[in-house]
Design a protein. Sequence first.
Length: 188
Amino acid sequence: MAQKTLIKLIVGSETIFFLALLMAFVYFSYVPTLNPRLVSRLDLTSTGLFTVLLLSSSFTFWRAEVSFRRGQTKQLRLWLIGTVVLGIVFLFGQGLEYRNLFREQLTISQGTFTTSFFTLTGFHGLHVLIGLIILSIVIYLAFLGDLDDPDSVLLPSVGIYWHFVDAVWAVVFMVVYVLPHVLADSTL
């Protein structure tokens, strides 16, 4: 039980961290005015697709948890592998967007918008990467047969973290990609 409490404390502190980053992004992006030229360079369509894939990984992880509770080891492994694949594809998409922005000479030092954008999305990407490393370890343990104890809190603890990372991205996507496009379109 102490492990679940610890993971909840970690997620709570991470929530505060991401709220601070989101508040900085909103402040630097919307105050005093939104720069439509910069917002238009964010790829809403591709990022929307990669967002759907990342959020789908919460479903695959949930299915892994169901398989775990039912003692279905093979299905557990498959759902966990699916979760990792979806996370990797998301990070690949983020890398493509960064590459395209760098090609357009938009870097972290370009101004407050790009600084807050790359900081917020980069830290989120780092959290996805950490989650993928943890999930890979869990998959390894599943193949070794070390996840046979139905009372183990390992998978539910990892689930709290993974679902948190997905939920954070849902908020980041809305604030960073959708809202600026809506505001930019309404000022035209």
